[in-house]
Structure formats: C-alpha cells, structure tokens
Ligand binder design. Structure first.
Ligand code: SF4
Length: 470
C-alpha cells in the first residue's frame, strides 16, 4: 500500500479501490493529470536549480532535488507501506548520508492546498524519517502562477501524523471490502480517470446527483425525505418537495419545479420548454443579420488567452465554408498587436451580434477593449452585441442531459467534434505541449478544436431558433 492510494482515498474512497483493483480497461486518459505531471516536473527542475536526479543514488550524492525515490517500511498492525514522494528537497540537517537531509515536496495545480497535499506530505515524512535517519519538521507545497513559483511551508505536527495513520488503516480496511459507492460530490468526478465507468453506473441506478443542480447536500436532504432516485424525484409533488428544500429559502418552490422537470426530461429523453427569456427574444429579433460565433482557449493558471476563434456567417443557416473561420493566435501574453487584431475583427462588422457560450468571452473582450483605451461609449456598444447562448438555453429549456456545458448541450443537439474525446483541458494540454516543443502540430489540433467549438455554438443558435418557430 502506498501514498498514491492514500491520496486517491482522500479524494474518493471508490477511486482508491478502483486504482487498486479495478479493471484498468475502464480507465480513461486524463488531460488534467498529464498537465499536472508536465508542470510538476518543470517546477521541480526549477526549484532544484537543475540539480534534479533519481532515486537513492541521488540522495547519497546529495542532489538538491530527488525524484523517483521509493521507500518501504512496516506500519502499525504490521501493514506494509511504501512511499513515492513527488520530490525530496535537500535542506540543512544531518542524515545517514551526511550533513544534509531531505524534506518532501508536493506540486499543486490550482490555488487551494487540500487535505490531499497535507496527508501526502505527512505520510511521506513518517516513512522517510527512518529511511534517512533524520527528523522532518515540515514539508512544502509548491505552485506556479504567471510563471512565479509559490512555496508554502506545511508544519508536519503530531496531530496531522496521527490522523494520517488512522486514515491509512481505514484505507486498508476499505480495500478488503467490496467496491465503495459513487461519491455524492460528483464535482470530483470531472477530472477523474474512472469517470466514464462511474457515470454508467450512476445512470443505471438513477443517482440524484445526475440531475443538474443537485449536489451532495441536496441529495442527502432528498434521501432523508424519502426520495432516493431520479424516478422518485420525477413523480414528487412540487408543493411537497418545495417544503423540504428549505436551504433554497425564497427559491424553494422554483427549485422543486426545476428538479422535478429536469428529472422528467432526463427519464423521458424529451426536452421541456419553460419560458422565453429576454435573451432569446433578442437573438430572434436579430436572426436575419450576420453573426460572429466566438470562442476562446485559455490557460487559467497563467491567465493567458492564447487563441481567439471567430466564425463569421452572413446568416445562421448558410453553409459554412472553411474561410468563414478565423483563428487569432495570441502566443505571447499581453501582445498589443494581437489584441488590436482581435478588436479590429469585432469592429469589422459593427452591428453584428457576437454569439458565445458562457460568460468568459465577453469578460475577456471587455478587458481587452479597456486595455486598448477604447472610449466608454464604444465599449458599451461592443458589450451590447454579446449574446450568451448558455443563458438562453438555461432560461428557456430543460434538456434531458446531466449538465449544460457546451459539449453536453451541443452533443445532445447532434453536433460531433471531429477529434475524439476532446475538451478544454485537452486543448490546454496541447498548448502546454506546444510551449514545450514548439511543434505546430499541437497548434493545429487546438485550432481545429476551437473551430468545432464555434461550430457547436452555431448549432445551438440554430436549434434555439428552429424550436422557437415550431
Ligand atoms: S468518477 Fe467519481 S465516483 Fe468514480 S472513482 Fe472517480 S471520483 Fe470516485
């Protein structure tokens, strides 16, 4: 048993079980994990000043950074344990190798330091101390934003160590039993390599968390009220359910109606029209004009939007030709030339609406416009041209799907991305690969993906208009 299973276990008991004895054929490649591994290595190399080597040999030699070390020991109850620390960093002290010792270091993607990081560092220390014959007082969590390494010191005190050992025993017991239930907090599943496998089971069993807007807390409350699956939710009475959803306060009856309708749509496969939002009327009033479909690809950790994709159509129902799509690459952050090109593109058709999915695109363009000192009036006009299809879909329809992301909605409407298993994270993975290799093939993949995102946005706009005309 090792620290990697422990890390999985803290995230989701089922994940640890599947990692340990699940059928690996059900596992899918996770771009998130690959991005983490690439970034991790780059940052470890930096904080070791290039003196980064592998295994026990590197420890003996006194390298500043050591990766790939494995150490084993027996823990309480005679359980065999192993650690594979992400990085060991050389610090001042005394160990069996000389006048230095090592402390464990972890890399984190994102801003939050979680229990996973703390427990991993503490567990690695417990086994590393006898291995190097030296005490460890602290570990480090490192992250990188906008090309700056941040280092956080974690105190590895007795309380934390005690908790880790008890979790480790718990992990051992769990792995001996049958597969644990799917986590109630399904947000965790979005970056998990077992997602497809678990999604199938959740669907077959009618899990409440498959309903948009129902998270772990609401599911728990519904369970307590005697509603344990989607079928039961679909047949609940709005008034009774509303009374039970106290946490939503004034919106409790509105939420009850939404959950019931969402369950009905999910079970029947038939979309339900709710009402016509102002945004839909605005789209309909402009349907005979030309349009831009607009989609951005970005690296959130570096706050860098690296591709702005525009699909320009004279009307929504014309056949799209190759040259209708124009990708503007912004290879260097804050490049004035590409920023100007992007705004010029939008101003090339001053009255055309700009269709996008989600709020990111509008926010990014308004920021660019301000940076380029456009006057307030021009910015207001530009702002008024943006139409968010995500808001329109959510405001006017309940669709038979699990969530309302661009991928899920457009897929349900029949759109197919030309590259298989693509996602925003995969585009980010390609971008990181491009930055490391400067191989244009990765840029081509990103551009093709972005073009499809624009085409998917167009498909949604057409669907909304066609359905309105029935
Ligand atoms: S997909 Fe979700 S439930 Fe399944 S193992 Fe991963 S985190 Fe756990």
């Amino acid at each position: 048993m090792n620290n990697l299973y422990l890390k999985s276990f803290i995230r989701c008991k089922r994940k640890a079980w599947l990692d340990y004895q699940g059928n690996k054929l059900h596992k899918i490649w996770s771009p998130h994990l690959s991005i983490e591994i690439i970034n991790r290595y780059k940052n470890f190399y930096k904080i070791s000043n290039g003196d980064l080597y592998t295994g026990t040999k590197a420890c003996k030699k006194g390298s500043r950074g050591v990766i790939g070390l494995k150490a084993r020991s027996k823990l309480t109850n005679n359980i065999n344990a192993e650690i594979q620390p992400q990085l060991l960093k050389k610090v001042v002290g005394h160990s069996k190798w000389g006048d230095y010792k090592y402390i464990p270091v972890m890399y984190k993607l994102g801003h939050r330091t979680t229990k996973e990081h703390l427990f991993d560092l503490a567990f690695c220390s417990i086994l590393l101390e006898p291995f190097q014959e030296s005490k460890i007082e602290a570990g480090l969590v490192i992250s990188n934003y906008s090309n700056q390494i941040n280092i956080e010191r974690i105190d590895l005190n007795q309380r934390l160590r005690k908790k880790v050992l008890s979790t480790f025993l718990n992990l051992n017991e769990t792995l001996k039993r049958s597969i644990p239930d799917i986590t109630e907090d399904r947000k965790k599943c979005t970056i998990c390599s077992w997602q497809k496998f678990c999604d199938t089971e959740a669907k077959d069993n009618g899990y409440l968390t498959d309903i948009d807007g129902i998270g772990s807390k609401t599911a728990f409350l519904l369970h307590k009220s005697g509603i344990s699956n989607i079928k039961e939710l679909a047949t609940a009475r709005e008034i009774d359910l509303g009374e039970k959803l106290n946490q939503f306060k004034d919106q409790k009856f509105e939420k009850a109606s939404k959950f019931i309708n969402q369950s009905k749509a999910y079970l029947s496969g038939t979309p339900i029209r709710i009402f016509e939002s102002d945004n839909l009327s605005s789209l309909l009033s402009k349907k005979d004009s030309g349009f831009f479909m607009f989609d951005i690809e970005s690296n959130p950790d570096e706050k860098h939007d690296f591709l702005y994709g525009f699909l320009k159509v004279n009307n929504l129902f014309e056949n799209v030709k190759d040259d209708f799509y124009d990708p503007i690459l912004n290879l260097k952050k804050n490049c004035k030339k590409s920023n100007q090109e992007i705004i010029q593109k939008l101003l090339s058709e001053k009255s055309w609406p700009v269709l996008h999915y989600g709020e990111t695109e509008k926010i990014a363009i308004l920021k660019l416009a301000r940076q380029l000192n456009l006057d307030v009036k021009e910015i207001e006009i530009l702002k008024s041209r943006f139409i968010d299809l995500h808001l329109i879909v959510r405001g006017s329809w309940i669709l038979p799907i699990r969530n309302y992301s661009l991928k899920t909605v457009a897929n349900w409407m029949g759109f197919k991305w030309r590259q298989k298993n693509v996602s925003g994270s995969k585009a980010l993975y390609w971008w990181i690969q491009y930055k490391n290799t400067l191989n244009d093939l990765f840029l081509k993949k990103i551009i093709q993906y972005n073009r499809d995102d624009c085409m998917a946005t167009l498909q949604i706009a057409k669907w909304l208009i066609k359905k309105r005309n029935y």
